[in-house]
Ligand binder design. Sequence first.
Ligand code: GLU
Length: 415
Amino acid sequence: MEKNNPFEITQKQLYMCAKVLNLEDDVVRMLENPMQQVQVSVPVKMDNGTMKVFQGFRIIYNNVLGPAKGGIRFHPDETIDTVRALAAWMTWKSALLDLPLGGGKGGIICNTKELSQGELERLSRSYINCIWKFIGPDVDVPAPDVYTTPQMMAWMMDEYSRLSGKNQFGVITGKPVQIGGSVGRGDATALGGMYTIREAAKELCMDLSQAKIAIQGFGNAGSFAARLSEQLFCAKVVAVSDSKGGIYNPDGLNIPEVLKHKAKTGSVINAPCTQTITNDEVLELPVDIIIAAALQNVITKENAGNIKATILAELANGPTTPEADEILYANGIHVIPDFLCNAGGVTVSYFEMVQNMYMFYWTAEEVNERLERKMIKAYHEVFDASRKYNVTMRMGAYSVAVSRVAEAMKIRGWV
Ligand code: GLU
């Protein structure tokens, strides 16, 4: 097994939680592996006339609380184990936010930067052709994730509707608003994360208007987080990074300028008035808050000891390894764990499903107000559980989520 295999990490976290909650063995046996795993070969006609076959996955980790829910990633380093881990985290995320949903995830091994728009459309449609029997509005509802977009969700929804012979807006979320998407879904992950940071700052008596923030990852979640840090908190974002590296200005970055620079050049690197630093250096800066918004396994036992921030907000899925977790806990760093911090995305996805079912759409204010209420409640449940059991915030989150899933399995007679 590879080093820091994300699925092994989720299993390890589950076993730790089982000890905290004193879970029965059969409950653990039911939760330590996915309920259903589908692997498909996805054929695509390329622009040059040749055929290429991509490997795709769709996994239902657990659906005791409702239809499985979770994104689809298009990534060159995707493996079945990353999809398994992400599907497990989706299960805990839905349960933690008290959504009537289970957890699932999908992925295709591909590099979107090497594919044309036409190839991406054919890949999205072909993937749905391969998995459509295994998904559905009350079975498993995909959504966007790393390198997948609302446009791809539109193609996928359209393909599913074509195959099943009727409009099925509710089969997928994160769609454009013109075809059944929810307002507020685009920045929901970042906004939800901001609400958890605000609650954490209250607990720690931190004045956010004086805070310095560094953000690793400048994709959808990271770039919205940068804008919102300034708009909501009047905080200073001093560093951001993307896959090519990071930029730093101790007096604060000009975020609109950085966004323009990224749109023009494809990277944040060399944006005006900034100093270039590495992705690792972003994590080790003298700041108050780090927002980890890139990929999994970036905070490890090698660099966790160098983190100087008071709050680590995990907007990405799985950025911290279990060894790093122990170091952060020992150093008193307040971690807002991934499936709490980034749960705003799936929460507004759930609102999108509700609106699709009712065929009645909400205003931005209605969406944001409901999102805020859910995030605040979840943050405090996690905080209280971590105090009650005297464990990390991550184990606090696990104990709330896993006990809800375990209880539902008992009531339904699964264990
Ligand atoms: N991909 C997002 C996540 O990891 C959103 C999932 C969803 O909206 O279903 O939470």
